[in-house]
Design a protein around this ligand. Structure first.
Ligand code: GAL
Length: 677
């Protein structure tokens, strides 16, 4: 691994948008900012293959040579997220079709259907041409396949591929009819030709069909990625291959499943908030990325060591894109305050990212994203943002020694399929969401200062004192066994409402909620009470809950808190069940922030979970990385007051010794190589 070398720093570089005379200035500025890695060619298909099979690589040759001479390494992209207009005109059948049956036209990006053979052939051909020409170019450190796989399609090619996928999953139509419960509303299929993608329909769609389409489409996009990856690897197995994950609550693919197929988990993160919530989102996304990366570790043979300067494969991840300045929220752009680019970037590095990359290097004069922020803004290098970019490069340069695992004794289960299923129509409330529950409990853990890893069902749980299931709606029998084994073996489990309510086909488990987890949790819910937007329930410990409440019956568990007032007055709201050597807690509502915090403090005390840095004041985030020989403490002051944190060691950003305490200015960051003893 390039640890001891330099962290990755740079971003999307689009030299094809600029005359060649700008390139030399770009490289000079990159050197000034200590940029180490740039993504090149990500949307350049029409400039690389202006007509079918005719390649114009000369400009890319020059760019790669120039970067190499400047000591800057390249994540070379395959440009397949933006097919050229000639492709769409030659293959109109490869343009994507919406659920309403409307065929889209070129004129933006991502105008292809990933299930269409013509697109896959053309995409593989340009990837192969790049592989053959550049796989041994000394500047190339990483292949960056495509960009943010996340489109969808409902064309006939997709429908045929969906049927093939369903046949493999369900065996025969009887299996499909059973899994989708087609006996409801007379949807029984008697011929595969009747089965289609979930196109727009009259009223509520079938949940089994919706869920399987999501799984199928994630697999289809993954196949589009792996065939390019295999071709790139074949050209030079020493160069790692990745693709950048797009995030969002619409969750296009199953990232955990994809993690086993990339050499490096790479995520793009654009917080959807501008206030303190952006910091929470940064922490959550970084914990998710690390979870996916760890998920991949050890499951795939490492084919070759990565080139120096890039992370090794096991557990590595990289923030591939973020915004240097403005981000779009609620219909307008918001400027990031001075210092925030550094704070967000180091927030990712603290949680395991091997650097900080941005979209984009230089702001373009035109095009759809002409006002998106850049490290070199429209104003040019004599600007606040570029000066901060130079400071960030210097800061990252001083952190090359940081390594090791991120300290965490809580594990949070995240499940793409539960996220998809809780978006289905026909649920008891439109306010339900697995990812919202993940975010709510992560926020409470973050505020309490508890280190948290994200895991996927079936992952090893050694070393975790507390496992949290945030509305893990779909639980198959194997997952139920995994959870029971963890608790009976001495673990503490905290499950929130709707966890275990349905099986892997999104069929409700009968006998009372929470279905698969009833015995483990020692409770049975007969009825639920979804709450209106402005409604809440009160708890007898002074807490409040929103979104959801349940009529709970105890079947072995003890009551921790009861509902107070209303129809549920006096009934259990939060419970605890001793099972084997451990305990399983159940929360039948969504606790408000302070209520969650109080509950987590109680559960953590019982489970033996301690904050990462008990002496960090409220509003100061602490993250610790550790290996056998050393530890590093990252401290982030998210308050507008100066803060003091007792610590000893060396502060790496200032290279100053710390004898008793670190003083953090408002919004300040410190990274300590800790001295114990
Ligand atoms: C990302 C995408 C970039 C750019 C950026 C700005 O999702 O990968 O190409 O569009 O968003 O919003």
């Amino acid at each position: 691994m390039g640890i001891g070398d330099r962290l990755c720093y740079g971003g999307d570089y689009n030299p094809e948008q600029w005359p060649a005379r700008v390139w030399a200035e770009d490289v000079a500025l990159m050197r000034q900012a200590r940029v180490t890695l740039v993504t090149v060619g990500v949307f350049a298909w029409s400039r690389l293959e202006p007509a079918p099979g005719r390649y114009t690589f000369d400009w890319l040759d020059d760019v790669l040579d120039l970067l190499h001479t400047g000591g800057i390494r390249v994540a070379l992209a395959t440009p397949t997220a933006s097919p050229p207009p000639w492709f769409s005109l030659a293959h109109p059948g490869a343009l994507p079709v919406t659920a309403d049956g409307v065929r889209l036209h070129h004129g933006s990006r991502d105008t292809y259907c990933a299930a269409t053979p013509a697109y896959r052939t053309a995409a593989l051909r340009i990837a192969a041409a790049l592989a053959d020409r550049y796989a041994h170019h000394p500047a190339v450190a990483l292949w960056h396949v495509h960009n943010e796989y996340g489109t969808t399609c409902h064309c006939e090619h997709t429908a045929r591929a969906f049927r093939r996928w369903l046949t493999a999953r369900h065996g025969d139509l009887a299996g499909l009819n059973d899994a989708w419960v087609t006996s409801f509303w007379g949807q029984h299929y008697s011929d595969w030709a009747q089965v289609s993608t979930p196109r727009a329909t009259q009223y509520l769609a079938n949940p089994g069909q919706l869920l399987d389409f999501r799984r199928f489409w994630s697999d289809t996009l993954l196949a589009a990625y792996t065939e390019q990856r295999d071709r790139l690897r074949a050209a030079n197995p020493a160069i790692p291959v990745t693709t950048n994950y797009v995030l969002g609550d619409w969750v296009p693919v199953d990232h955990a499943r994809w993690a086993t197929e990339v050499d490096l988990v790479a995520v793009d993160h654009y917080p959807s908030a501008v206030d303190g919530a952006a910091e929470e989102q940064t922490a959550l996304v970084a914990d998710l990325a690390r979870g996916w990366a760890r998920h991949a570790a050890g499951r795939r043979p490492v084919t070759a060591p990565p080139p120096a300067g890039l992370p090794g494969t096991a557990g590595a991840w990289l923030l591939m894109e973020s915004a240097p300045n403005q981000i779009h929220t609620a219909g307008r752009m918001h400027t990031k305050e001075p210092g925030r680019m550094l704070r967000h970037s180091l927030g990712h590095v603290a949680r395991g990212s091997h650097g900080a990359m941005f979209f984009q290097w230089r702001a373009p004069a035109g095009g759809a994203e002409r006002f998106h922020s850049a490290l070199v803004p429209h104003a040019g290098p004599d600007s606040r943002v570029f000066r901060e970019a130079v400071e960030l490069g210097a800061a990252l340069d001083r952190l090359g020694e940081v390594r090791g695992t991120v300290e965490a004794s809580v594990a949070l289960v995240v499940d793409a399929a539960s996220g998809w299923a809780l978006r289905h129509p026909g649920l008891p409330s439109t306010r339900l969401g697995h990812h919202e529950e993940v975010a709510a409990v992560h926020r409470a853990l973050w505020r309490a200062g508890f280190g948290c890893d994200t895991v996927t069902a079936g992952d090893p749980l050694d070393g975790y004192r507390l496992l949290v299931l945030p509305a893990l709606y779909l639980v198959d029998d194997a997952t139920a066994g995994w959870l029971s084994g963890y608790v009976r073996g001495g673990g503490h489990l905290l499950a929130t409402y709707l966890s275990g309510a349905a099986d892997e086909h999104a069929r409700v488990r009968l006998g009372g909620y929470p279905g698969a987890l009833r015995d483990l949790l020692g409770v049975l819910a007969e009825e639920f009470h979804p709450l209106a937007d402005d409604d809440h329930v009160r708890l007898d410990d002074g807490g409040t809950g929103r979104i959801w409440a349940e009529t709970l019956r105890l079947s072995g568990a003890d009551t921790v808190a009861s509902y107070a007032g209303g129809v549920l007055d006096g009934r259990p709201a939060v419970t605890r069940h001793r099972a084997g050597a451990g305990a399983a807690w159940y929360v039948s509502t969504r606790p408000d922030g302070a209520t969650y915090r109080g509950l987590l403090d109680t559960v953590a005390r019982t489970a033996g979970v301690a904050p990462v840095c008990a002496t960090a004041p409220e509003g100061v985030e602490a993250v610790r990385r550790r290996d056998e020989d050393a530890s590093w403490l990252f401290l982030f002051n998210h308050t507008d007051r100066e803060q003091r944190v007792p610590a000893r060691g060396v502060e790496l950003l200032s290279a100053k010794p710390v004898e008793a305490a670190v003083t953090l200015p408002p919004g300040g960051v410190a990274v300590l190589r800790e001295r114990t003893g």
